[in-house]
Design a protein around this ligand. Sequence first.
Ligand code: FES
Length: 141
Amino acid sequence: METGSDIAEIVGAHADCEGPLLPILHDVQARFGWVSEASIAQIAAALNLSRAEVSGVVSFYHDFRRTPDPRPVIRLCRAESCQARGSEPLAAAAATLAGERIRIEAVYCLGLCSAGPAAMIGGDVHARLDSERIAALMAVL
Ligand code: FES
């Protein structure tokens, strides 16, 4: 759980940035896995924005979560090149394997278009996935 000083530290790290809201929100999301109402209020106050403005940005972008979710996440590319290489049946297989234990999110290009289907797990990208490879990756999450 984040504290006010955690959020102040993140806000302070972007004090000299022009347009700091998105970088701050990304850092909060990366560090805590979600953006709480308390964080939104603190960020809004620090940036002299309304809570509605900050909430609107958090709601607009799918990367930001409003509630905590401790499950591991697989970000599976669903863009055109990966689709042409089989990401749709792979996504269906991954969803079946994941059940409620793992969250599967769609992303649209991980920069590995010539080696798809691709996915990101944590900070690692994985290419040339098939149902066996993704099952092996999911087994260790
Ligand atoms: S289209 Fe999937 S990595 Fe680019």
